[in-house]
Ligand binder design. Structure first.
Ligand code: AMP
Ligand code: MG
Length: 431
């Protein structure tokens, strides 16, 4: 099961971009799967979608009114209406039974097919229907109060989508309008790149599963849940493996389970103090790198590739243990990896520019991702920090809607300057 162990000098740091590139190098787009259209929200089309039909299927009315022949109405004026004989009525979903001949009209509802012979629809408000007291009933005659051009209020067959037209291309991400469009073609399922199953594993003897008695000195596993939630949010399926103790057997058993997924995301056990156990276990089943990434928080990061039974290769992202570090590292690396597997663009979150309200200090030449709150006032984004930036304080992350970035080569980013900010959530105050 060993491939080889390759370990970078723990002291030599790599950049965030380097780390991301190396991760994305071994993460691959997954295969397509036929998926019910609603479940495919956020997934990527694996093939072009060609319409089997016209939408709408027939010329139909855009208004409630009367289907008419426009050339009957050339002399119509408000003070001298043209009176037409009403020969029928038609609702959405019905098919026309009578043609409109010169001097006649058919009462028509929105969405109903325009009867043969008619070329236009006159809305109720441009007729004398109300004066006739026949509202919502079919009068025997109707006065039209003005001229209408041909095709007025008529939606042409195939106006939205023509039969045989490529309406969505392979590679597009399905949003609510695309899901609706697929339904309008009569499709219940569609071929999309499947969602990755992401095994989520916490490591550490001190950890307890929420819902259990904690016991003195022990803490609840929060990383599995914050990371599991982040996995779900970016389109993956979290497979919760629970907690592995800091010993070989326990870790090995969990990792074996993890190899049934498409990628394994662990937390903790990668910092200098205690990575030895993890390293040993990981090295048995594949190759693993322990990196120091030039970032704060989340400097220690493990990344490797396991070889599962049968030779399938399963990437492993080893996040740091501190709750903020785990999430910030997941944001930078895990999210991009999952997006790549989904066939989506694998790039970091979009950044905006904002005016910094207080300095960001950078004591040791790393890129600082400071937990921050972005607000918008008079069209200008401002950003302040959420206080104490220790990486164990998960509450500092709950108060944040963004990460404000101080570049690695600046010892301080002073207040008043413009910084790049990764938006984590477009909360109300950021709009
Ligand atoms: P480690 O990387 O194992 O040294 O862990 C760093 C810090 O993160 C320690 O204080 C751990 O107790 C804490 N930690 C590790 N895993 C978790 C977890 N799953 N949930 C909450 N805290 C954790
Ligand atoms: Mg630990």
């Amino acid at each position: 099961m060993y491939e080889h162990v390759h370990r970078h000098d723990h002291e030599s740091m790599i950049s965030v971009e380097d780390a991301l590139e190396r991760i994305l190098d071994v993460v691959h787009v997954l295969e397509p799967e036929e998926t019910p259209i609603l479940d495919a929200l956020g997934q990527v089309l694996a093939e072009d979608v060609v319409s089997p039909l016209d939408v709408p299927p027939l010329d139909n009315s855009a208004m409630d009114g009367y289907a008419v022949r426009s050339d009957d109405l050339e002399t119509a004026r408000p003070d001298s209406p043209v009176v037409l004989r009403v020969t029928g009525s038609i609702a959405a979903g019905e098919l026309p039974s009578t043609a409109v001949e010169s001097g006649t009209a058919v009462r028509i509802m929105t969405g109903a097919p325009v009867p043969p012979g008619a070329d236009s629809v006159v809305p109720f408000e441009d007729t004398d229907e109300e004066e006739r007291g026949a509202y919502a009933e079919r009068p025997s005659e109707i006065g039209v109060l003005g001229r209408v051009p041909p095709s007025a209020h008529v939606r042409a067959a195939g106006q939205d989508v023509g039969r045989g037209e490529t309406v969505l291309s392979r590679g597009s991400v399905l949003r609510p309008p695309e899901v609706g469009l697929l339904a309008s073609l009569g499709l219940r399922a569609v071929s999309v790149i499947r969602r990755p199953r992401v095994a989520v594993l916490a490591t550490g003897d001190e950890l307890v599963e929420p819902g259990q008695e904690a016991g003195a000195g022990r803490i609840y596993d929060s990383n599995s849940y914050s990371v599991g939630a982040a996995v779900r949010r970016c389109g993956g399926i979290p497979v919760m493996l629970g907690i592995a103790g800091d010993n070989l057997d326990s870790l090995d058993r969990k990792i074996r389970q993890g190899l049934e997924s498409d990628i394994l995301v662990t937390s903790a056990g990668v910092s200098k103090g205690d990575y030895d156990v993890v390293k040993d276990v990981l090295a048995r089943r594949g190759m693993i790198n322990f990196w120091s990434v030039r970032m704060r928080p989340a400097k220690p990061l493990a990344f490797g590739v396991f070889t599962a039974d049968g030779g399938r290769r399963v990437p492993h992202l080893g996040l740091p243990g501190n709750p903020v570090s785990a999430l910030v590292a997941f944001e930078q690396f895990g999210r991009a990896a999952i997006h790549k597997m989904l066939g989506r663009a694998a790039r970091p979150r979009q950044t905006i520019k904002a005016v910094l309200d207080e300095p960001i200090h950078n004591p040791d030449g790393r890129r600082v991702y400071a937990r921050a709150v972005v607000t918008r006032k008079d069209g200008i984004y401002r950003v302040r920090l959420t206080g104490n930036q220790s990486s164990n304080l998960l509450t500092s992350m709950t108060r944040a809607n963004a990460l404000a970035i101080c570049p690695e080569d600046l010892p301080v980013k002073p207040a008043g300057e413009v910084v790049d900010v990764q938006i984590l959530d477009w909360t109300e105050e950021a709009y």
